[in-house]
Design a protein around this ligand. Structure first.
Ligand SMILES: Cc1cc2nc3c(=O)[nH]c(=O)nc-3n(C[C@H](O)[C@H](O)[C@H](O)COP(=O)(O)OP(=O)(O)OC[C@H]3O[C@@H](n4cnc5c(N)ncnc54)[C@H](O)[C@@H]3O)c2cc1C
Ligand SMILES: NC(=O)c1ccc[n+]([C@@H]2O[C@H](COP(=O)([O-])OP(=O)(O)OC[C@H]3O[C@@H](n4cnc5c(N)ncnc54)[C@H](O)[C@@H]3O)[C@@H](O)[C@H]2O)c1
Length: 474
């Protein structure tokens, strides 16, 4: 039985970036909220994912810029110790006091401990002191428990205690020889970051024939080319069959399906995520903990009666990206507040329309892969009447002033029936901030004939828009 102080309008389980945002919006909408967090408020993103990985990657990006510019010279290799010290600052030395203060200022109640559902509108928290605290919600419970690294079932792999994103982003001593399994954003970003910081022999084992398979094919090809030029050994069509690490923390050997082997000082696994739905009491509300929690466009769990359970962020499996999770959280917090207070539910911000269009994403490799909307193959699979245009980014005037060898590729995917953009991809250095122009065009379905009048300034890399539209025939 919850005591009267432990009754809230909304209970949020998980204080990652997404859970914190739900609470902020619900409170803004006039409700009371409690936020339960087992580890660190701020979540995977702040301490073991987005923030530290980008802190480790940015020096590499800057070094590439300097190396392209005659007249500029780096004083030496990247100083790994200084970069790691800066990384520690960006993650606040893993002290979540600032996030807890933020939550309390909403104001919401922060509850430290492991949260589980305990039947409709109820949760219980195992506190660090070993006690149990019962919470009750008047209107809604939101699951925002995120995801955790998935380690594949390869003989000897788990026993070898490989690095996942958590150890890689917390690195204290960069291994000289590194082997990476995977081909997604985690494997690509961390392989390049660690290589730039001193992992001289870096080998990436890719079971398929491409990196970054959710992007346009040329994106993975350009990243693989850059890996090779910098000395990273990318091996396609290679799966790990067995892993040996005779001494804990000692050298590791990965055997591959072609009969070969890679010896290294450390092994990093970047092979996707598992949804954090195990052991959070889903069985008490009639759900099975074997995948993401499916939700509708208002973030309500579709399989739970009476509409009191919501799931946002990684745990619902829509798009495992911080900005998309926070977008879902804004929808969710506002919907809960509207429903609780009897306000109309048909305001435009109260439904998720962005996830299905194709989320904007930047993979912060060198070159960066910046994409939004559908790729050509996704658009064709969805039945659109597709036409595409491509252009070499190195050919625009703005690229020339960026130094020698500034290059890349851009592609637009057009719905010919409506003459609007379905997707855009830009692969080049330092393109991240240009992506938002494409996100606006895709999301607002700006007609190409209108886009033609959005004149890009000279001489900037954004002139790529003009060249692509000319290529299209405008
Ligand atoms: C290496 C790496 C780099 C990434 N880089 C980017 C990037 O650049 N940009 C981007 O948009 N995305 C990036 N991502 C993805 C991003 O990290 C996730 O999409 C984001 O963290 C999801 O936020 P979340 O709040 O849903 O989950 P999380 O950040 O996982 O937070 C969930 C929180 O819930 C807590 N929790 C779980 N279970 C319980 C429980 N039972 N009780 C109490 N608390 C619980 C956890 O401790 C955690 O704090 C990256 C991911 C990785 C692995
Ligand atoms: N900058 C960013 O936006 C960013 C950075 C990192 C992660 N993320 C997100 O975090 C999530 C997790 O990223 P991720 O790279 O771990 O996962 P992912 O699902 O994007 O990629 C996993 C990769 O591992 C491969 N793989 C899976 N099982 C394997 C096995 N048994 N053997 C060999 N290879 C195997 C897959 O083919 C795939 O290439 C993704 O949704 C990603 O978009 C985003």
């Amino acid at each position: 039985m919850a005591n009267k102080n432990d009754v809230f309008d909304v209970i949020v389980i998980g204080a990652g970036p997404v859970g914190i945002t739900v609470a902020a919006r619900a409170v803004r909408g006039g409700l009371t909220a409690a936020v339960v967090e087992e580890r660190l408020a701020g979540g995977e993103c702040e301490y073991y994912a987005c923030v530290p990985s980008k802190a480790l990657l940015w020096p590499m990006e800057l070094a590439a810029e300097v190396n392209r510019m005659p007249g500029l010279q780096l004083r030496g290799p990247i100083d790994a110790a200084a970069v790691l010290a800066r990384r520690d600052e960006t993650v606040s030395h893993r002290d979540d006091g600032h996030e807890v203060n933020l939550i309390e200022k909403f104001p919401a109640t922060f509850v430290r401990g492991y949260g589980r559902l305990a039947g409709p509108l109820r949760a219980e928290v195992m506190t660090p002191e070993g006690g149990t605290r019962a919470l009750r919600a008047r209107h809604a419970v939101v699951v925002a428990t995120g995801s955790a690294p998935a380690v594949p079932d390869v003989p000897g792999l788990r026993e070898a205690r490989p690095w996942t994103n958590r150890e890689a982003t917390s690195v204290q001593q960069v291994p000289k020889r590194l082997v990476v399994i995977g081909a997604g954003p985690v494997a690509c970003e961390m392989a390049q970051a660690l290589h730039s910081l001193g992992a001289e022999e870096t080998t990436v084992l890719v079971r398929g024939d491409r990196l970054l398979t959710r992007a346009e094919p040329f994106a993975g090809d350009l990243v693989a080319q850059s890996f090779r030029e910098s000395g990273i050994d990318v091996r396609f069509g290679r799966s790990a069959t067995r892993v040996e690490r005779p001494v804990a923390g000692g050298p590791v050997t990965v055997h591959t399906d072609d009969g070969g082997q890679v010896d290294a000082d450390e092994l990093l696994v970047g092979t996707g995520r598992r949804f954090s739905t195990n052991d959070i009491g889903l069985d008490t509300v009639g759900l099975r903990p074997d995948g993401p929690i499916r939700v509708d466009a208002s973030m309500r769990a579709t399989a739970v009666a009476d509409g009191w359970l919501y799931a946002v962020g990684d745990v619902n499996g829509r798009n495992l990206l911080t900005h998309m999770g926070k977008y879902q959280a804004r929808v969710c917090g506002d919907v809960i507040a509207a429903r609780a207070t009897g306000r109309p539910e048909d305001a435009p911000g109260l439904r998720d329309t962005a996830d299905d269009r194709g989320a904007p994403q930047v993979v912060f490799t060198e070159p960066q892969v910046c994409m939004v909307g559908r790729t050509e193959s996704q658009a064709r699979a969805d039945g659109f009447n597709v036409r595409t245009v491509e252009y070499d980014i190195g050919e625009v005037a703005g690229a020339i002033v960026r130094g020698i060898g500034y290059t890349g590729r851009a592609k637009l995917v057009v719905d010919e029936d409506r003459r609007v953009l379905l997707g855009a991809t830009f692969v080049a250095s330092d393109m991240a901030d240009m992506l938002h122009s494409a996100t606006i065009a895709v999301n607002a379905e700006v007609p190409l004939d209108q886009l033609w009048h959005a004149v890009p300034p000279f001489p900037t890399v954004s002139e790529i828009w003009l060249r692509l539209l000319e290529q299209y025939g405008l």
